[in-house]
Design a binder for this molecule. Structure first.
Ligand code: ACM
Length: 267
């Protein structure tokens, strides 16, 4: 199975330019599962809710999803990409999965980072999507710091964590290796590069997109400097073997009766 990432440097607000650039790069390949960054079509640093609402799109029906659907069909790609989704009077930070058959599935980010809480509505469900011959667990950026998210996806059968990101903290990529080891799943983190300066706000994104194996090995990675498309072959069956030793199955050895604190809310 061929899986990969497209690391990009979006220009804030230039939706058509950002989408066209990504599509031109993806049009050179076929028959793969590819992950793009979080909010790859708009950029990240919204000044306020009005600016976000202006750039948000319907899924399906919006420009970005329609372009990705065409590309997925033409090149037989499963494409997971991040955008701001307009939905029932709210805006979500969403990951969309477009399949070669023309289907789209959406995950709305459950763990909002910093100022995202000012403008985005919080997603209320995790999502595993069968697509491209695999079970894809959808996560977005800051979801990485909640091991419960990756664990829930893995317990629901996810074989590959598809992780569009705009990582800014220095240890997200390293933490994703642990998410893979503790769940024995693959992960594709597609990050962005570059900086955004908007008014008094300033943010630099860390690049370092990567594909990680169920043993935590980094199978492919990008720098923090350049846009980059990487695709590799993996054996998906590796994600079905949950044995750490002949006597330890990661999921069978859990003791859920001890974990009640995980599902109680704390303030
Ligand atoms: C992030 O969740 N975009 C840091």
């Amino acid at each position: 199975m061929r899986i990969g990432f497209l690391q990009l440097r979006p220009r804030f607000g230039a939706v058509r330019e950002n989408v066209r650039k990504a599509a031109a790069l993806l049009d050179k390949m076929s028959d793969a599962i590819i992950v793009l960054p979080e909010l790859f079509n708009t950029g990240y640093l919204f000044r306020n809710g009005a600016e976000l609402a202006e750039l948000a799109e319907k899924v399906p029906g919006g420009y970005t999803t329609a372009e990705m659907q065409k590309l997925a069909k033409r090149r037989r790609l499963t494409i997971v990409f991040g955008l701001a989704q307009k939905h029932k009077g709210a805006v979500y930070n969403a990951a969309v999965c477009a399949t070669p058959a023309g289907k789209v599935e959406v995950y709305q980010k459950a763990h909002l980072f910093d100022r995202e809480k000012l403008f985005f509505a919080r997603g209320k469900a995790l999502k595993v999507v069968p697509a491209g011959g695999a079970k894809l667990g959808l996560m977005i950026c800051f979801d990485w710091i909640f091991p419960e998210a990756a664990r829930s996806l893995a317990l629901q059968g996810a074989q590959i964590l598809c992780h569009p990101a705009n990582l800014v903290l220095p240890y997200g990529q390293e933490a994703m290796r642990t998410r893979c080891i503790e769940n024995r799943v693959f992960a594709i983190t597609a990050n962005r590069i570059g900086s955004e300066h908007r008014g008094t706000m300033d943010l630099t994104f860390t690049g370092g997109s990567q594909i990680v194996s169920p043993a935590g090995e980094v199978l492919a990675s990008a720098s923090d400097r350049s846009e980059s498309l990487r695709v590799i072959d993996v054996d998906l069956a590796e994600a079905n073997n949950k044995n750490i030793t002949p006597n330890n199955d990661l999921f069978a050895d859990r003791s859920p009766a001890l974990y009640g604190a995980l599902v109680r809310r704390r303030r």
